[in-house]
Ligand binder design. Sequence first.
Ligand SMILES: [Zn+2]
Length: 360
Amino acid sequence: MYRCSSCGRSYTESADSPWRCACGHALDFAERPTPPATPPELDRDAGLWAFEELLAVDRQVTLGEGWTPLVEAPDRDAEYKLDWLFPTGSFKDRGATATISQALELGVDRVVEDSSGNAGAAIATYAARAGIDAEIFVPASAKPGKLRAIERTGATVRKIEGSRQDVTDACIAAVEGDETDAWYASHAWNPAFFEGTATMACEIGAQRGWTAPDVLVTPLGHGTLFLGASRGFSRLKEAGWIEEMPRLYGIQAAGSAPIAAARHGSDRSTEKNDLADGIQIQKPARREQLLTAIEQTGGDAIAVGADRTEEVYDQLHRQGLYTEPTCAVAPAGLDVLRDRGEIAPGEDVVVALTGSGLKT
Ligand SMILES: [Zn+2]
């Protein structure tokens, strides 16, 4: 059963269930398994599916993804979660393994997704692994490496001129109209995707001996990782496996920073950060949920500009961290938050680095 967290309507899970609530808000799973009172012995060979007992989706398709390293962050007194070390080079595989598992469970034979590249590559790859057809809408300006990763799976690629929002609008028009009968495997809307991204928090908890950090910093576009982390940590807390939630900070690209603007009146910048191509999101699908997660954990959202992003991007590479530009916003944001005193010296901080440099 799916439930709308805004109006409370319920929908049966099926290949034909709507991709969002009649009220316009995103759907989530109404139920999930009750975890054991203490953390079980984890099967690392199961990858992120070691946490299946915490998730509303059952494992159907996997490439052994998960358990990305947690390493010391040079010069930042923090730890980096190397969440680009996945089969398709981004954390989106967490969501794709869960979403395509759900698609198989429901008997879906064709999925559609819109993406700036990483989520599209993840959905296309896991669909290929599962023997499901995929159709991916991307910006005509998508990075060639990201496009190639999608095309080589045999997925149908639809290149859309215009903004990132135009790509989503075209995909939704196709889903709503007669153009495709595919199941909308959207990383922004599909509830299964967030079951998958919740596992990053579970891994961090396990890797730290079931203690949460004081602070988690992630890039923030649609908030697929941010909301996944919020859900994962809150499930660990509910289960009694950790004592406290971290404060969650989402870092947006200046010029595409609606959550920072909702918190602060503006994103404090007129500069446009096009370098962070993965988070050019003006209308996050789960806006209210993002604001609630920030409120509940005492975190925040801020925007950083292109210059600062580029500086940190270069620095990461020189430190052996071969990431894509988008994820440089997270350490750049940490620096800003420390300068402003919002994160105190000595606080225990984890920063997620989310996409590989190999596709860019
Ligand atoms: Zn609703």
